[in-house]
Design a binder for this molecule. Structure first.
Ligand code: ZN
Length: 323
């Protein structure tokens, strides 16, 4: 499935890329051959969503959360933690978030109760109030920044909700904490937990390899997509969840990204990229930002006809691998 996906995208990429290249092919080739180091590297920033204060099999909250922080430190990467107050408004949760703040990471708003704006029973007023409920909870942290991440990346199922909340965010001085690379780390994590609950010392090398490969594929695919859409290298934002998988595998994922030529950057730097000033006029709104842009551009169907994450793909692959 993935091969088709990449192949299709590559064909599209080479076709579309001509629109953005000014040099004739021969000259362009020459430039690449003589100064290969001038080739721009893709950049990626790391963000975390939600917030979990539970102990994990074999690891206390302090231990597993501390491991995420040290992985980030090792790469000198400052992340944004998009926090859900309802999950973190406890002595443990507040102390944990304080650790992130004191390690130089930023904190963004992810609502208090994690509702979906696309749910027909979630009104615009309720959603605004849920944002406002989280705001004073997060305001106690000095690195709280004016960025909002929509739960489930759902930005509204109607024009009224979509435009109403966009206007509200603007009035509050907030920007959308867009995502250009997302995977199913939450699903991998749930299956990892199943294994580790049975035996917290179980060998998890296969899970690690799968987690790394899954995110690398997503990163490379979305970087090709961004190049098709913009004709340049953008500053990507990766969405991960605050969970055991990140604690155990983030350093391997970051190593793999660096080995593949990615540059890890600070999350606030990523949002300086002008691509994030655009608000796609799609409905239902939201999802991965690059997908929304390709839907708006009318090329979504072509690009995602063979998308690897079709219904059941991940489950079938993980079943097959015994994960
Ligand atoms: Zn979330």
């Amino acid at each position: 499935m993935l091969t088709y996906n990449l192949l299709y995208l590559l064909i599209f990429f080479f076709t579309a890329d001509n629109q953005h290249v000014n040099l004739p092919p021969t000259q362009n080739q020459l430039v690449e051959e003589t100064i290969p180091e001038s080739k721009p590297r893709p950049k990626i920033a790391i963000t975390f969503d939600d917030g979990n204060t539970a102990d994990m099999p074999g690891l206390s909250l302090d231990e597993w959360n501390g491991q995420i922080l040290s992985h980030l430190d090792r790469f000198g990467a400052k992340a944004i933690f998009f926090a859900t107050g309802g999950q973190l408004n406890s002595p443990k949760g507040r102390a944990m978030l304080q650790d992130w703040n004191d390690n130089g990471h930023w904190i963004g708003n992810h609502t208090y109760n994690h509702p979906s704006l696309n749910h027909e029973q979630v009104s615009l007023e309720y959603y605004k109030n849920d944002f406002l409920k989280n705001d004073p909870f997060l305001a106690r942290y000095s690195n709280y920044v004016s960025l909002f991440r929509f739960p489930y990346l759902k930005e509204g199922d109607t024009k009224e909700k979509r435009d109403g909340f966009r206007l509200f965010l603007e009035q509050e001085g907030f920007k959308n904490g867009h995502v250009t690379i997302d995977g199913s780390d939450w699903y991998i994590n749930s299956r990892l937990l199943n294994r580790m609950k049975r035996n917290h010392q179980a060998d998890i090398t296969d899970f690690k390899n799968w987690y790394v490969q899954h995110h690398l594929e997503r990163a490379n695919f979305n970087d090709s997509l961004a190049t098709v859409l913009t004709g340049r290298k953008i500053k990507h934002v990766l969405l991960l969840h605050h969970n055991l998988a990140a604690s155990l595998f983030l350093d391997d994922l970051l190593d793999a990204l660096v080995n593949e030529g990615w540059e890890i950057i600070d999350a606030m730097e990523a949002y300086q990229d002008p691509i994030y000033n655009h608000s796609p006029q799609t409905l239902p709104a939201g999802g991965n930002f690059l997908r929304a842009l390709s839907k708006e551009a009318g090329i979504y169907g072509k690009l995602f006809a063979h998308a690897p994450e079709k219904e059941g793909y991940l489950k079938n692959e993980m079943d097959r691998l015994g994960l």
